[in-house]
Design a binder for this molecule. Structure first.
Ligand code: ZN
Ligand code: ZN
Ligand code: FE
Length: 712
């Protein structure tokens, strides 16, 4: 049998694993890395081959991620020996760069063993763990081409590095106290800063974090003031899953995600009696929690064994700081103390953020632990650089059928963020030695990414925002036409120049037809209406001929009547805000998506049933009238109305496949409700897993769609 495995299967000890498995079962054959991924052929007794086929997947090395696999039966060749073949050179570049991996159990126990030569060494790692993407400076991935080149191996480390039987064989960041990086000061002092209620800036894997005691309201409130961050929740780091259960409700699957080698921040339901400072996550029903993922984090939390706020080291809206002098410059006014180290960070990489949806992980921010794993698509793409949207920006390049999506870059609002965007492009092109033939960007003419794309002197293809959302989700799931694509979010530039965001497309024949959409409404005050949902509520009530809410200022009503500064939108995000205001759940957004998040949480608490408001073909007027007339369990009936609309549209389009994308589908209740209704009608439902449903997934969709609009 031949097996071809694609994904993170190279540089994670996969070939030695296959070798041991095959020889242990008495099979002949070979294993090799190639441009196609990891390829192995085995032959021998049928039950031996069958067992191999199962254990290959079940017992794979922990950091390996198999994205796709193929297997085929072949005629036997009579080989009895099993060999590791040398790599074929062709196209290993894409496979060469792996994500950063959390420290493994074996390294941790060595670090805690007083007899080990790496006792309490904060840079311990092995083939199965440690930094990768954040230290590589060039390909192929080899020590001189990482930021470890400044640390020549001592004889003891060299021996481990050269020994095929050692678990540090060819582990590029291998190091020890004698030869490797070191800290700027004792961990105990850093822990004392936390215990004293101070703010600690500590250099990590992909940049600096700011830490403080999450139980200390004064410390957390001070961090908010200094970071100029108003209400957006802070992420937390806790010692272990047991500590997390004191603060959050957590299923086994959520625990598995939390403890995975990607070690993301996992969004969990908070417990009402969690002993945490109120300023950690004011007005949020969820907590974002991660475990220590670098050896240094473990040392810190060994010394200060309590939940800590762990937020990226930056001022609000700026990129994360990575280099020592720059960090001291930028974070000097934020932190009371610093703990630095001298292993350079090759590129900034924030913590990834995930939540469980439909029983599986859904990325909300894709960065450390996942970037730069390729996404495999079903057709060959042109050599395109896709520059993403404006918020939650990511960029992407297409290498044949692989799309490399960058780590989360951020909102392109500040000069610093725009610089980071340009650096990320430069970095990705250099690392993969990629020279684009064209650039794909958003249809919005004023996005910074669009303006950058148009200034490069290369052919540019503009992709409509919501078509890109849908294409990204279809591509990562390998969905073939025809299908119904739903793209619901806050905002995106439509083909007619209006703000879209409640879109359904019928995808067929290589085109996307705008099939149904949310009835447009006006946003009194434009941007102000994005922050203040009560303005949108006023607009919808006016349109329905219903009386305004009591506290609506007359000036706003005047604006709506005269259509002064009232852009038109079909935005699902704004409909959520309006309904949150009408139901008294939230009058405004303290941070992006807050009102929708609170409305979702309310829906989940309301008695589960199928009751729904009417929303015929996306006309929200009957919904608003029904809601005002009978507001009982309004959050639930609103969510159910949205799910019903998708079910009706799928029936009207006579499709058997539905693709759900856009930031609105970060909403777990809506996603799961829609999926279960459709699946009960034998419609297959596809949601995001490898890139986020929000604008972090746009670059992938742009890369995929540009092929249709571009002829070389
Ligand atoms: Zn390890
Ligand atoms: Zn050493
Ligand atoms: Fe969007």
């Amino acid at each position: 049998m031949r097996f071809v495995l694609r994904g993170a299967v190279q540089g994670v000890g996969f070939r030695p694993f296959v070798y041991r498995l095959a020889t242990g079962l008495g099979l002949g054959g070979w294993v090799s890395n190639s441009s196609a991924g990891l390829v192995t052929e085995v032959e021998g007794a049928p039950n031996g081959v069958a067992e191999f086929a199962v254990r290959l997947f079940e017992e794979k090395p922990a950091p390996a991620v198999i994205l796709t696999s193929e297997s085929v039966h072949l005629a036997p060749e009579g080989s009895v020996e099993f060999v590791i073949q040398p790599s074929t050179e062709t196209d290993e570049i894409s496979a060469a760069v792996l994500p950063d991996l959390a420290v493994c159990a074996a390294c941790l126990s060595e670090m805690r063993d007083p007899a080990d030569r790496r006792y309490r060494y904060p840079f311990i790692n092995c083939t199965l763990c440690g930094p990768r993407y954040t230290i590589v400076t060039d390909v192929p991935y080899d020590r001189p081409k990482t930021t470890m080149r400044a640390f020549p191996l001592c004889p003891a480390c060299e021996k481990e590095y050269r020994d095929p039987a050692d678990r540090r064989f060819h582990a590029q960041p291998v190091a020890c106290p004698a030869c490797g990086p070191s800290l700027s000061g004792p961990v105990a002092e850093a822990a004392a800063v936390l215990a004293g209620g101070g703010i600690l800036a500590m250099k990590g894997i992909g940049g600096y974090h700011l830490f403080c005691d999450a139980r200390n309201e004064e410390a957390v409130a001070e961090l908010r003031r200094r970071k100029r961050r108003e209400e957006r929740p802070f992420a937390l780091m806790m010692r272990n899953a047991g500590d997390v259960r004191h603060c959050c409700r957590m299923s086994d699957r959520e625990a598995a995600l939390l403890c995975s080698s990607a070690a993301p921040i996992v969004l969990l339901d908070r417990l009402p009696d969690a002993n945490l400072a109120p300023s950690v996550a004011p007005g949020s029903p969820y907590l974002g929690v991660m475990l220590p993922y670098s050896p240094l984090h473990h040392l810190l939390l060994d010394a200060f064994p309590h939940p800590v706020v762990a937020t990226s080291g930056n001022l609000s809206d700026e990129p994360i700081a990575t280099a020592v002098p720059e960090a001291h410059d930028r974070l000097g006014g934020l932190a009371h103390a610093f703990l630095d180290h001298d292993r350079p960070i090759a590129r900034p990489c924030d913590d990834s953020l995930e939540r469980l949806s439909r029983g599986r992980p859904m990325l909300l921010r894709r960065a450390r632990g996942y970037a730069p794993l390729p996404v495999y698509v079903s057709e060959d793409l042109p050599k395109v650089l896709a520059v993403g949207a404006h918020l939650k920006n990511t960029i992407a390049i297409a290498l044949g059928r692989q799309v490399i999506v960058s780590q989360h870059v951020g909102d392109l609002e500040t000069p610093e963020a725009r610089q980071a965007f340009e650096r990320a492009i430069e970095d990705l092109l250099r690392l993969y030695r990629f020279e684009p033939d064209l650039i794909a960007c958003d249809l919005h003419p004023d996005y910074y990414s669009t303006r950058w794309a148009r200034a490069q002197g290369l052919p540019v293809v503009s992709i409509q925002h919501h078509e890109a959302h849908v294409a990204a989700c279809a591509a990562e799931n390998g969905v073939r036409e025809p299908y119904l694509g739903v793209a619901w979010d806050g905002t995106g530039f439509g083909h007619d120049g209006a703000i879209w965001g409640g879109e359904m497309f019928f995808a067929t024949g290589g085109r996307m037809e705008r099939f149904q959409w949310l009835r447009p409404f006006v946003l009194p005050g434009g941007e102000a209406a994005v922050k203040e949902g009560w303005r949108v509520a006023a607009s919808l009530l006016h349109e329905c001929g219903l009386p305004a809410l009591d506290n609506t200022p007359p000036a706003i009503l005047h604006m709506i009547e005269r259509r002064i500064h009232c852009p038109v939108a079909s935005s699902m995000g704004r409909l959520f805000d309006a309904v949150a205001a009408l139901t008294g759940v939230a009058r405004r957004n303290g941070f992006e998506g807050q009102a929708a998040m609170l409305l979702e949480e309310r829906a989940q608490r309301e008695a589960p049933d199928d009751d729904a408001y009417p929303l015929p073909n996306g006309d929200w007027r009957p919904l608003i009238r029904a809601l005002v007339a009978d507001p009982a369990r309004a959050a639930l009936r609103f969510h159910n109305a949205l799910a019903n609309w998708i079910v009706d549209a799928a029936a009207a389009a006579s499709v058997t496949q539905v693709v759900l994308s856009g930031g609105t589908f970060q909403n777990r209740y809506l996603t799961e409700r829609t999926a279960s209704l459709l699946e009960a009608r034998d419609v297959r439902v596809f949601t995001h897993q490898r890139v986020p449903p929000n604008d972090g997934g746009i670059s992938l969709g742009q890369a995929v769609l540009c092929a249709r609009h571009w002829k070389p």
